[in-house]
Design a binder for this molecule. Sequence first.
Ligand code: NDP
Length: 263
Amino acid sequence: MNLGLNERVAVVTGGSSGIGLAAAKLLLADGAKVAICGRNADRLAAAKTELDAVRPGGTLASVCDVLDAAAVASFAREVGAWSGGRVDILVNNAGQGRMSTFASTTDAQWREELELKFFSQILPIRAFRSLLEASDAPAIVGVNSLLSIQPEAHMVCTSAARAGVQSLLKSLSIELAPRIRVNSVLLGLVDSGQWQRRFEARADKAQSREQWFAALAREKEIPMQRLGVPDEPARAIVFLGSPAASYITGASLEISGGVSRHI
Ligand code: NDP
């Protein structure tokens, strides 16, 4: 299937690691140009080197915190100048989850988590909207979590915020129709930067990486018996953002190895 990505322009927030980096690679391999952002300049530079190996000169990498409205607006201006005033696909991927129960979450942590989940969508969508309007097939893909519909008590504020983000994206799919499609992916557990950090912080340092991840998959009762790898959600993100998904909007695609319990 031809996804219609040749010479398209994509923006992937949090494109310097894990799922965002995998999506950027797939987009480049399919002929698109990609702008990525992240907060850490070293990680961003390393990602750009990897991406330039996929398609030389196809990537713009910029330091930008998606929670800083002025920085996001400046990133959008930079992308507009680089792309000739057009963006076809915006992937709002930047972020991370927070493990905490209601009892252990402070008000400041609640505010931080709600801000991260909502404004990592709101600010880029606002800043890139006019560039998206210049495309003949514009699309937004929000990277969200299965927690939005299947909350976990040990990730109470992430789950609540994720549910709100689903609502936001659904509303936007209506408000921005028929010009801009808006969809989301709902992830289960994907072996990427944040799980690597949790592995490194494991209590039992004798446990190998393989053992630790296998135990995690058993504990979470994942029917596919493993975590996903970044390429797996990345393929879904790229499809939903591509012109091949032209009649899909307001939808969410679950990539969880079957761990959801609803029908
Ligand atoms: P990684 O930690 O591997 O990548 C996260 C990326 O986001 C990095 O590039 C990071 O760069 C960037 N980032 C984080 N915060 C900001 C910010 N404020 N502004 C700009 N960039 C930022 O994690 P994943 O690939 O796993 O995560 C991708 C998305 O998927 C996240 O939103 C995550 O919450 C979500 N998700 C992941 C799941 C999983 O199991 N992996 C499950 C459910 C959802 P830097 O730190 O340099 O800013």
